[in-house]
Every structure is written in structure tokens, then in C-alpha cells.
Design a protein around this ligand. Structure first.
Ligand code: ADP
Length: 474
């Protein structure tokens, strides 16, 4: 079930030195992957660079066919992929299946988008000149991905890159390499030529250093923490690579007095507790109009208390484990800090000791104040702090008072208020009466320190293209 090798230039390779991979629901070792380093990182770039001329010269229709074949194989292997994901990442099986489908949406979307990389002609200023604009693949793309979406973060990057005619080197998270390796195996089975997708596992800073400094790599795309994103952006400056970054978020969830409370409660549950709170678009802080906070809190906590926590392979489980002990400690710290600063634990608040893995109770804290860690640092866990507001101006100002700007949620049935708030929020994604806005055909990305560039949608492929202007003298 688990592939314990790297894939470089069409060959599956092992290494003497390995990294262990664990199941966060049981803390058991499930396998090992090679501990690749500088040599493998360089080999991967050489393979991608050699494959570039022929891959980029294929027609868009040909590249599209390979992508469609890959997508078909992913569909056929959906259950296996989902099981691998649940075992290495922890999310409930139904959520893992949902992620595989969502990941595959990006492949299909970009298989189609490959055929629509249009250029332009521009009226010239001289009768004997013509101005043509073409778009060309940027070249070798390096992708570094996190553990919270072991499949979707990969297809979001690799699909547009290879659709555009680029070739790729990929390093998945050391916590969740097996989903990635299986996806690449299916890409191989789809006939995608050697060198077009290369995947290596191993020490992240070593591999990233090689890719950052190699001039043949023309684009770096990363999803992960803001801290590492900044390191990579600095590193990419050396060779002026194009950079796309999907970094941290701190999503506000605003419920106004005009909200449909049931709808807002369901939206808050969906956006807060998906993947046990471990997504960069998860709600971090809930702002509720003072006049309805009692009703909202009561209905919200009733539903939170019913969320079944456990091994993602078990029937009925909706909240799996956190990824590791560090994640548990962070949630604990945020709760302790909130209590110390006057917060009340309304429900939850503790690790689930009776289970072996990294399980934490879904937790709601009321009377949250802006000075609590959970109100400005990403918790990345199942903690929902609730605070109140008096005016729309106040809540917009507090919502925007953060270096992050990825996702924000607004619940109101008043159209004027909805538009005013949505337009005032400094965020790349607004869920307006919608707790789950992500979709392959929509642009995903953040303002401010949440990142650069957009993934998904027709905008997403632009990040893998160079614009070439040809001035023709007649
Ligand atoms: P997360 O909070 O999602 O673990 P990270 O930013 O630590 O966020 O990890 C995201 C990806 O970045 C992973 O593939 C990880 O191996 C990689 N990574 C971690 N540290 C570095 C680094 N110093 N340089 C490059 N990549 C890194």
C-alpha cells in the first residue's frame, strides 16, 4: 500500500538512510521513505530540465490527454488513496475521499485550461509593425507542500504546471509522503513521460536550498507556514525566481444581527472543524453581534458537543487526530492562555487521554478578548473562541487587524450589509453565508502575509507562464 521510494527521471529509488512515517491516530509507525538530500535534489532538477524541451513542445491537447488519464486513474484508486491519507494524516475517511475528489478537480480543470492559454495581438503605433503577445511555460517548477492536504496541495500545483508545459520537482511533507507517492505512481501509469514529475522525500531545508539556488528552477511554489514561506521567498531572490506562496491565515467569522443563525452555526462548524481545525482557511475567531450571542453560542455548542472524535477509519467519526504532539501542545497553550486572560471554556478543553493518538476535544471558549493568543495566532486545531461586537465598523476593523489575509466568513441575510462587509475585509477569499468556499474553478490565495499568487481557476495557470512580446517589423 505504501510506496517507500522516490521517483526521479522515471526511476523509483531507495536510500540507505530513511525517515519514519507515523499514523497520528495510533502513533504507530506505518512505513519509511528515503531521506533524500542534495544529490537527489540536484538529480531531480536535472531530470526536469532535460524533460522540459519535449514536454513544453507538445500540443496543449496532448498534455491535456495525459492529465485526463491521470485523473481517471485517481478516480479508479480513490478508496486506496483515501485510506493511505487517513492512515498518515488522520482525517476521517469520508473527508479523505472528499479531498481526493477535490484534488482531482484541479487535474480536470487544468487539463481543460491547458487548451485556453491564449495570447493577444495589440494595435501597433506604426503601420509597418505588428505586436504579438504569447504565453510560454516558465520552465522547471519546484513545489513544496504541507501535510494538511496531502493530495490537493500537490495537484493544485503540479496540474497547472504540467498543463502549462512546465516540468516539476516536488517535495511533499515528511509527515504525509505516501499519498503523494501514490499520486505520482498513478501519473507514471498514465504515461506522463519521465522527468515531467519528479518527487523526492528527505530533509526539507537541504532540498529547498538546492532548488532555491539552482538557476534552472524558474518557479517556486509553496504551501505551508508564513515563517518558512518567508525563508523561501528570500532564497528565491538570489536567482529571481517567480514565487507563489499559500501561507498561514487567521480567519474571522462574523455573524451579524441579520444572520440566519442556523445557517451561521452550520457554516461555523464546517469552517472551524474540518480536518480537526487544521486548514489555513479554518475559522480562527468568531465575532457575534451582542444581541444574538446567547442564541448562537447555545446552538453552536450543542452541535460541537455531538462531533464524534476518533480514528478516521471508524464509522461516524467526524474529527480525527491532530498531526503530532507539537500540534496538541499548541492547542493546549492557546486554551490555557485564554483561561488566564478571562475566557470561559464552554465545552471541551482537554486532550482525549483514553485514545492512543493525538486527539483533542472540540472546544468552544466564550468571552474571548483580542489579546488572547488564539485571537491572533493560528491555532491549527479544534478550538473556537467566541467574542462579541457592537457595530459593523468595529468588527471589520478588528477582523482586519492582523498580518494575515487569507479567508474570512460573513453571515448576514441583509444584502447591503453583506456587500459592505465583504468589500471592506482585507482577505483573498470571502465566504458570504458559505463556510466551505474552496473550489477548483475559483481563485484561492491570500492578501498581506498570507501569500502571493492564486491557485485554481483560470488565474492559477498564469503563475506558471511567462509573457513574451514579439514586435514584428514588416
Ligand atoms: P506546516 O505548519 O504545514 O508543517 P511548514 O511550513 O513547516 O508548515 O511545512 C510545509 C512544508 O515546508 C513541508 O513540506 C516541510 O517539509 C517544508 N519545510 C519546512 N521547513 C522548511 C525549510 N526551512 N525550508 C524549506 N522547506 C521547509
Amino acid at each position: 500500500m505504501y510506496i517507500e521510494k522516490m521517483y526521479i527521471n522515471g526511476e523509483w529509488l531507495t536510500s540507505a538512510d530513511t525517515i519514519e512515517v507515523f499514523n497520528p491516530a495510533t502513533k504507530e509507525k506505518i512505513g519509511v521513505v528515503p531521506n533524500g538530500g542534495q544529490r537527489e535534489a540536484e538529480l531531480a532538477v536535472s531530470a526536469a530540465f532535460s524533460a522540459l524541451p519535449s514536454w513544453s513542445k507538445r500540443t496543449a491537447a496532448e498534455r491535456s490527454k495525459y492529465l485526463m488519464k491521470w485523473s481517471q486513474l485517481i478516480d479508479e484508486n480513490l478508496n486506496t488513496l483515501a485510506e493511505i491519507m487517513t492512515n498518515e494524516q488522520g482525517k476521517p475517511l469520508h473527508e479523505a475521499k472528499g479531498e481526493i475528489t477535490y484534488a482531482n478537480d484541479y487535474i480536470v480543470w487544468y487539463a481543460e485550461e491547458a487548451k485556453r492559454i491564449y495570447g493577444e495581438t495589440i494595435p501597433a503605433s506604426h503601420p509597418n509593425k505588428r505586436i504579438f503577445v504569447q504565453k510560454q511555460p516558465i520552465g522547471v517548477v519546484a513545489a513544496i507542500t504541507p501535510w494538511n492536504f496531502p493530495a490537493a496541495m500537490i495537484t493544485r500545483k503540479i496540474a497547472p504546471a504540467i498543463a502549462a508545459g512546465c516540468t516539476t520537482v516536488l517535495k511533499p511533507s515528511e509527515e504525509t509522503p505516501f499519498t503523494a507517492l501514490k499520486l505520482v505512481e498513478l501519473a507514471e501509469q498514465a504515461g506522463i513521460p519521465k522527468g515531467v514529475i519528479n518527487i523526492i522525500t528527505g530533509d526539507a531545508p537541504t532540498i529547498a536550498n538546492v532548488w532555491q539556488s539552482d538557476r534552472r528552477v524558474r518557479k517556486l511554489t509553496f504551501t505551508g507556514s508564513t515563517e518558512v514561506g518567508k525563508i523561501l521567498m528570500r532564497g528565491a531572490a538570489e536567482t529571481v525566481k517567480k514565487v507563489s506562496l499559500e501561507l498561514g491565515g487567521h480567519a474571522p467569522f462574523i455573524v451579524t444581527a441579520n444572520a440566519d443563525i442556523e445557517k451561521a452555526v452550520d457554516g461555523a462548524i464546517a469552517s472551524k472543524f474540518r480536518n480537526a481545525g487544521q486548514t489555513c482557511v479554518c475559522t480562527n475567531r468568531i465575532y457575534v453581534d451582542k444581541s444574538i450571542v446567547k442564541e448562537f453560542t447555545q446552538k453552536f455548542t450543542e452541535k460541537v458537543s455531538c462531533l464524534k472524535v476518533g480514528n478516521g477509519l471508524d464509522e461516524g467519526v467526524v474529527i480525527g487526530p491532530l498531526i503530532n504532539q507539537e500540534a496538541m501542545d499548541k492547542v493546549n497553550n492557546h486554551i490555557e492562555d485564554a483561561i488566564q486572560k478571562g475566557g470561559t471554556v464552554y465545552v471541551g478543553g482537554n486532550p482525549l487521554k483514553e485514545l492512543d493518538g493525538y486527539f483533542f476535544e472540540p472546544t468552544v471558549i466564550t468571552d474571548a478578548t483580542d489579546d488572547m493568543f488564539c485571537m491572533y495566532e493560528e491555532t491549527f486545531g479544534p478550538l473556537a473562541p467566541i467574542t462579541t461586537f457592537d457595530t459593523i465598523e468595529e468588527v471589520v476593523e478588528r477582523a482586519n487587524n492582523t498580518p494575515y489575509g487569507l479567508a474570512a466568513y460573513v453571515f448576514t441575510e441583509n444584502i447591503k450589509e453583506a456587500i459592505q462587509i465583504a468589500e471592506s475585509l482585507e482577505y483573498g477569499i470571502i465566504g458570504l453565508n458559505d463556510g466551505t468556499p474552496s473550489a477548483a474553478q475559483a481563485p484561492f490565495g491570500g492578501f498581506k502575509e498570507s501569500g502571493l499568487g492564486r491557485e485554481g481557476s483560470h488565474f492559477g495557470i498564469e503563475d506558471y507562464l511567462e509573457i513574451k512580446y514579439i514586435s514584428l517589423g514588416l
